[in-house]
Design a protein around this ligand. Sequence first.
Ligand SMILES: Nc1ncnc2c1ncn2[C@@H]1O[C@H](COP(=O)(O)OP(=O)(O)OP(=O)(O)O)[C@@H](O)[C@H]1O
Ligand SMILES: O=C(O)c1ccc[n+]([C@@H]2O[C@H](COP(=O)([O-])O)[C@@H](O)[C@H]2O)c1
Length: 207
Amino acid sequence: MTETIARRHLIMPPTARGMIVGLFGGSFNPPHAGHALVAEIALRRLNLDQLWWMVTPGNPLKDRGNLAPLSERMRLSERLVHDPAVKVTAFEKTLGTSYTAKTLAFVKARNPHVHFIWIMGADNLKGFHRWQNWRAIAETFPIAVIDRPGSTLSYLSSKMARTYGHARIDEDDAGSLWKHRAPAWTFIHGPRSALSSTALRAERGGG
Ligand SMILES: Nc1ncnc2c1ncn2[C@@H]1O[C@H](COP(=O)(O)OP(=O)(O)OP(=O)(O)O)[C@@H](O)[C@H]1O
Ligand SMILES: O=C(O)c1ccc[n+]([C@@H]2O[C@H](COP(=O)([O-])O)[C@@H](O)[C@H]2O)c1
């Protein structure tokens, strides 16, 4: 299938020296209000100047059988997001990778004077140690984990949490996470959403 994605969405969003930028990658298949809540919490609690809502070409650990086209996931994401600080982007497609470690290395090399924070929901903390080069990610970028129903205890039990327990900073200091040298991570509690793309696909009969 040919996909139509605007050119501006295929290049990395522009930044300025000293900015604090949150990187929020996801399948967004489809995007939902739970994602918007994560973005809102991250922007506020982490003192971000921007949040990049990075729609992945495909999570390397997920079956792509029921994955909607990237153009469709971009279109729905754009419709959901209203805050100008949130940049919906598909630049990973241009990089030709779905691996976060590769994307992050590229992003950092291109923006050496920007402070990046990787953002993910607590369910992803549970399986983070199965990601390619997960230790390199944790040792290069501060990470903010946003609570999600069903995954709250991951901040204690996950392999990532146990490996880097010494590097967890109190969520009251999340606003200064960007200043910390990696490994540094925080787990943010707050309003939670039980929404999931799986449930939405099931409701719509998409499997
Ligand atoms: N309700 C939620 N609360 C907190 N984080 C969430 C929530 N939904 C998704 N996330 C986080 O947003 C990012 C993108 O999630 P994703 O697009 O996989 O949505 P999902 O609802 O988990 O999808 P699926 O059900 O298909 O696995 C991930 O880091 C995930 O942990
Ligand atoms: O790099 C990996 O090995 C890896 C494994 C699983 C997920 N990811 C990334 O994690 C982000 C969240 O994915 P998802 O499917 O839970 O929305 C998204 O950007 C994925 O590309 C990355």
